[in-house]
Design a protein around this ligand. Structure first.
Ligand code: CA2
Length: 145
């Protein structure tokens, strides 16, 4: 089983600013966390981060035929990107949207998610553990399909 884990704009800045919202750990810590969960679960993983909407669309497209599922934190593109929604629909792979913070408790513009419309679940407010929950959810879905 292989998963793609995708992270959107500014997540590479984790730990640098706004630790009150996103925690003090860095993006490298997040990558290590995801790799350790996937190793434990015997899942192959490719982790990507981009600050560019089109690049994220390209990565989602490249999952087609190369991965069994997608974990995606589209970051700010969550609230704007029909292109990412369409890419997820196009590849039709099971996908779970993750947010470190609880977007439902923040500004109203963060309550909207376009990509979530093509996801089997949205996990929010659990920090790094949200990625683990998403990985386990996808594993369960892929093994039982
Ligand atoms: O809570 C999340 O995971 C978000 O996807 C994070 C996005 C935000 O736009 C979404 O509404 C919720 C922002 C990621 C930016 O990360 C930063 C890291 C360090 C300093 C500043 C921003």
């Amino acid at each position: 089983m292989k998963l793609f884990v995708l992270n959107g704009p500014n997540l590479n800045m984790l730990g640098v600013r706004e630790p009150d919202i996103y925690g003090a750990q860095t993006y490298t810590d997040l990558e290590n966390y995801v790799r350790q969960v996937c190793q434990r679960e015997e899942i192959e993983v490719e982790i990507h981060q981009s600050n560019h909407e089109g690049a994220l669309v390209d990565i989602i497209q490249s999952a087609y035929g190369n991965a069994d599922g997608i974990v995606i934190n589209p970051a700010a593109y969550t609230h704007t990107s029909v292109a990412i929604l369409d890419a997820l629909k196009a590849v039709a792979l099971p996908a779970v949207e993750v947010h470190l913070s609880d977007v439902s408790q923040r500004e109203s513009f963060r309550h909207v998610s376009y990509p979530a419309m093509a996801c089997i679940a949205q996990i929010k407010g659990l920090g790094f553990q949200g990625y683990e929950k998403a990985i386990l959810m996808l594993k369960e879905r892929i093994l039982n399909k």
